[in-house]
Design a protein around this ligand. Structure first.
Ligand SMILES: [Zn+2]
Length: 421
C-alpha cells in the first residue's frame, strides 16, 4: 500500500509556527540560526515564520548575541504580555485562580472558598462572577485572553461533553458539564482537564524543564494523582485519565477506596488516610469536619515542629508514596518527578528524602539514568497554573490530544492584536 502525505500547506505552517514558538519559549532567548538547528526547519521557513510572529506581537527582537566570527546574531524571545490565560482549579478545599501570561508567568492569583457543600450550578455562578471581577481588577483587555483552563480532581468523562465530579470522595460520581456552562456564560473558550495532568503541563511550561524530559508530576491535594509530560506533550491515555497513580494497589488486603478498588495508595497513605490515622492516635488536629487537606496541613506542621507521632504517621505515608513513585517511574521511564499540589507544598520536605532514597535503590533503569526528584516551586497553585498553561499551550503548540476545544474553533475565537495596540 502506498502512503500518501495528506498534510496541507496550512497544516505545515501551523506545525512550523508551533515548533518555533515552543523552542523560543523553552530557550528564553534564541537566534534564528539556533532556531533552524533546533527545529530542523529550513532557514527560509524560520525567517518567514519569525517575521509573521513578530508582526503578530508574539515574538520580539532583544539585542544581539556575541559572535563567534561572522556578524552578531539577533536574539528573539516571547513577548509575555501578548496573550494571557486564566487557570481555575476547582477543589473542595478552595477554588484557586491564576492569570498567567504567554511565558507562564503568574500575573495575578487569588483563592476563594471551596466547592464543598455547593451544588454545581452554584459553583458555575461563582466562578463566572469571580473571573469577571478579575477582569475589571487587573485591567487586561479581553481580546488578549485566550481562554480559561478549568481543572479539578476526579475522573473526566464523555469525550467532547467532558464533565467531572467536583468531589468524587464525598458526593458520589454525579458528573456535571462545568466546561460548557462556564464557556456559555463567559463567551470564551474553556478547556477542561484533570488537575494532576494540568500540574505536569504547568511544571513543564513554567518550571524551566528541558523539552527532552520525561516528567512525572506526583500530585497530592485532597487525594493523590499523577500527570506525565514527555517531550513537551502530556500523555492523556484514552480519556484524559492517565497516570492515576493514587489508585495503584499497594496492599491487596488494604482498605476499600472510593474508586471501588481495594488497597490503593490513596486509601492507605493519602491525606484522608493520614488524617484518620492521626485522629485515631489522639493527635490534636482541631475541630472535626474540616476538609482533610486542612487537617493534613495541621499534621504536617506538627511533624515539621518535631512532633514524634505526627512524624511517624507521615513517615509511614511517605514510604507508600515512594513505592507509588517507583511504579510511576518504572512504568513511564521517568527522569524527573516533581512533587506538587498543596499537600506537598507543606509536607514536601518530609516526603522528598524518602522518595529519593527509595528510587535510588529501587528504580528499574537506575543503571541507565537517575530519576531526579524535586518539590515544585509553586506546589499550592500548580494545578491552576497548569490550567492556564494548557490554554497557552493550545495556542502556542496545539496538539491533537487537546481535550475539548477544537483547534479551528480556538483560532477563530482569538483576536490577534499587537502588544501595546
Ligand atoms: Zn482507588
Amino acid at each position: 500500500m502506498t502512503r500518501v502525505s495528506t498534510e496541507s500547506a496550512g497544516a505545515q505552517q501551523t506545525r512550523s509556527r508551533s515548533a518555533i514558538l515552543d523552542v523560543v519559549r523553552a530557550a528564553g532567548t534564541i537566534s534564528r540560526v539556533e532556531l533552524t538547528r533546533a527545529t530542523g526547519l529550513t532557514g527560509a521557513t524560520v525567517s518567514t515564520v519569525v517575521r509573521r510572529l513578530i508582526d503578530e506581537g508574539l515574538i520580539v527582537e532583544v539585542g544581539r548575541a556575541e559572535s563567534t566570527g561572522g556578524k552578531p546574531r539577533t536574539l528573539l524571545r516571547l513577548e509575555p504580555r501578548a496573550r494571557f490565560a486564566v487557570g481555575v482549579h476547582l477543589d473542595v478545599a478552595g477554588i484557586t485562580y491564576v492569570l498567567a501570561n504567554l511565558g507562564g508567568g503568574v500575573v495575578a492569583r487569588w483563592r476563594t472558598a471551596g466547592t464543598a457543600g455547593d451544588g454545581p450550578e452554584d459553583v458555575v455562578a461563582r466562578v463566572v462572577a469571580e473571573i469577571g471581577d478579575m477582569f475589571s481588577r487587573v485591567g487586561v483587555e479581553k481580546d488578549r485572553l485566550l481562554g480559561v483552563g478549568l481543572v479539578g480532581p476526579g475522573p473526566l468523562s464523555g469525550g467532547t461533553a467532558v464533565t467531572w465530579v467536583a468531589d468524587p470522595a464525598s458526593s458520589g460520581m454525579a458528573p456535571f458539564p462545568f466546561g460548557e456552562a462556564i464557556e456559555a456564560a463567559l463567551d470564551m473558550p474553556v478547556l477542561l482537564d484533570n488537575d494532576a495532568t494540568a500540574a505536569a503541563v504547568g511544571e513543564y511550561w513554567a518550571g524551566g524543564i528541558e523539552s527532552t524530559s520525561a516528567l512525572g508530576a506526583l500530585y497530592m491535594g485532597a487525594g493523590i494523582g499523577g500527570g506525565v509530560v514527555v517531550g513537551g506533550v502530556a500523555f492523556r491515555g484514552a480519556s484524559s485519565n492517565a497516570a492515576e497513580i493514587g489508585h495503584v494497589c499497594v496492599d491487596l488486603a488494604g482498605p476499600e477506596c472510593w474508586c471501588g478498588a481495594r488497597g490503593c495508595v490513596e486509601a492507605v497513605a493519602g491525606p484522608a488516610a493520614v488524617v484518620a490515622a492521626a485522629r485515631a492516635r489522639g493527635v490534636d488536629l482541631g475541630p472535626a469536619g474540616r476538609p482533610a487537606a486542612e487537617d493534613f496541613a495541621t499534621l504536617a506542621r506538627a511533624a515539621l515542629r518535631g512532633d514524634a507521632v505526627a512524624s511517624s504517621i507521615l513517615e509511614f505515608s511517605a514510604r507508600y508514596v515512594a513505592v507509588a513513585a517507583q511504579t510511576f517511574a518504572n512504568l513511564m521511564d521517568l527522569d524527573l518527578i516533581v512533587l506538587t499540589g498543596p499537600a506537598f507544598g507543606i509536607a514536601g520536605s518530609l516526603y522528598l528524602p524518602v522518595v529519593t532514597e527509595h528510587l535510588e535503590r529501587a528504580f528499574f533503569a537506575r543503571d541507565s539514568h537517575p530519576v531526579h526528584v524535586r518539590i515544585s516551586s509553586s506546589a499550592h497553585e500548580a494545578a491552576a497554573i497548569g490550567a492556564a498553561a494548557l490554554v497557552l499551550q493550545s495556542e502556542l503548540a496545539p496538539r491533537p490530544t487537546t481535550v475539548r476545544m477544537p483547534a479551528e474553533r480556538h483560532v477563530a475565537s482569538v483576536a490577534v492584536p499587537a502588544p501595546g495596540a
